[in-house]
Design a protein around this ligand. Structure first.
Ligand SMILES: Nc1ncnc2c1ncn2[C@@H]1O[C@H](COP(=O)(O)OP(=O)(O)OP(=O)(O)O)[C@@H](O)[C@H]1O
Length: 313
C-alpha cells in the first residue's frame, strides 16, 4: 500500500485524473447502495451518471464529495483523499445537490455574495454568477420568493461562484422549464470549454447525450455500461424503429411483414423494429401508405431502457 502524505494529498494534486474510484462499496444495513464501483474521470471531462431511482448515484457522488465514507475501496479527488473532510480540497469543489441550502431571508444577490465571501471570492463573482444563470433581474428578490426553478438556478450559481475545478451537479435541470434548461446547457458547455470537470447526474437522457463526453449507467450499485453516448448507442443495436399510426396498421399485419423483428403498440402508434428498414418501409407503404410514418434510429434512451429493463416509453 502506498503511504499517504501527511498533508492528506494522494500525490500531485494539479495533474492526473479528477476522480479515481477503486472498488468502492457502501451498504446501508442490508442494502448494497454501491457494490464495487471503479471509475476514473479525467480532468476536463463532462461525465454523466445515469440510472433508475435508488441505483446508488447520489451515494456515489457523496462519496466523491467527501460527504460519505465508503465501507471499502479508495477514493482520490483532484489528487487528494476527500475523507476525512479535507479543507484544502473543499474550495476546489463545486457542489449542487437536490437539497441545496440557502440563506432564505437574503436576496438572491446577497445570498450569492455571502457564498462568494465564504469562499473568499469577490463581489463581481456573485454578479457573474447571477448573470450566468440568467438571474440578474431577480437579484433583489428574496430567496424565499423565487420560483422553484429560479431557486434551482441560484443553487447552481452558488456551486460555481468560487470558480471550482471540479463541479458536481445532481439533477440540476429537474425543475427547469425547457427554455431555462437549454440556457443552462449553454452555461455548462461554457464551463467545460473553460476546462472544468463536471460530474453530472441526470434522468434526462437527451441531456446526457447532448452534454456528456462519457456516461456511466448504474443499476443496483454497479456500473453496467460506461462509454461515450455515441459508442453506447452504436454498440447497442443497429435497429431502426418505424412508427406507424395504429389506425392504419394492425399488430398482426405488422408482425407478418418480413424483416420485422418486433412490433409493439405504443399509444396511438405501432412500433416496428427492424435491421433492414428499406424493405419494411416498402411493405408498410403497400399496406398503409407512408403518410405519418416516422423513422427513428437508436438513441441513448433506447440503450438505457434496454439495460434498465424499463418499459418502452
Ligand atoms: N441514508 C440512507 N440510509 C439508508 N438507505 C439509504 C440511505 N441513502 C440511500 N439509501 C438507499 O440506498 C440506495 C441508493 O440510494 P441513492 O440515493 O444513492 O440512489 P440514487 O441513484 O441517487 O437515486 P435517485 O435517482 O432516486 O436520486 C437506495 O435503495 C436508497 O433507498
Amino acid at each position: 500500500m502506498t503511504p499517504t502524505p501527511a498533508d492528506g494529498s494522494a500525490g500531485d494534486s494539479t495533474e492526473g485524473p479528477a476522480v479515481v474510484l477503486d472498488t468502492i462499496h457502501k451498504r446501508y444495513g442490508e442494502k448494497r447502495a454501491v457494490d464495487g464501483i471503479s471509475l476514473t474521470v479525467p480532468r476536463g471531462e463532462f461525465f454523466g451518471l445515469l440510472g433508475p431511482n435508488g441505483a446508488g448515484k447520489t451515494t456515489l457522488v457523496e462519496i466523491m464529495e467527501g460527504l460519505r465514507r465508503p465501507d471499502s475501496g479508495s477514493v482520490t479527488v483532484l489528487g487528494r483523499h476527500p475523507w476525512p473532510r479535507d479543507p484544502e480540497l473543499l474550495p476546489r469543489l463545486g457542489v449542487q445537490t437536490q437539497a441545496s441550502a440557502f440563506f432564505v431571508r437574503l436576496t438572491a444577490r446577497e445570498h450569492l455574495e455571502t457564498v462568494a465571501a465564504l469562499y473568499k471570492a469577490d463581489r463581481e463573482a456573485a454578479e457573474r454568477g447571477l448573470a450566468a444563470v440568467d438571474l440578474t433581474e431577480q437579484g433583489d428578490v428574496r430567496v424565499d420568493d423565487l420560483s422553484g426553478g429560479q431557486r434551482q438556478r441560484l443553487a447552481i450559481a452558488s456551486a460555481l461562484v468560487h470558480d471550482p475545478e471540479l463541479i458536481f451537479l445532481d439533477e440540476p435541470t429537474a425543475a427547469l422549464d425547457p427554455q431555462a434548461r437549454r440556457a443552462l446547457w449553454q452555461v455548462l458547455r461554457a464551463l467545460k470549454g473553460a476546462g472544468r470537470t463536471i460530474v453530472y447526474t441526470t434522468h434526462h437522457l437527451d441531456e446526457a447525450e447532448a452534454l456528456c463526453d462519457r456516461v456511466a449507467i448504474v443499476i443496483d450499485g454497479r456500473i453496467v455500461a460506461l462509454d461515450t453516448p455515441g459508442k453506447l448507442v452504436a454498440a447497442s443495436s443497429s435497429l431502426t424503429r418505424l412508427v406507424v399510426p395504429a389506425d392504419r396498421l394492425s399488430l398482426t399485419d405488422a408482425r407478418a411483414i418480413p424483416g420485422v423483428l418486433r412490433a409493439t403498440e405504443d399509444g396511438d402508434s405501432i412500433v416496428l423494429e427492424t435491421e433492414d428498414s428499406g424493405p419494411v418501409l416498402s411493405a408498410v407503404d403497400a399496406i398503409a401508405g407512408l403518410h405519418g410514418v416516422q423513422t427513428r434510429t437508436a438513441s441513448l434512451e433506447d440503450v438505457y431502457l434496454e439495460l434498465t429493463g424499463s418499459p418502452q416509453a
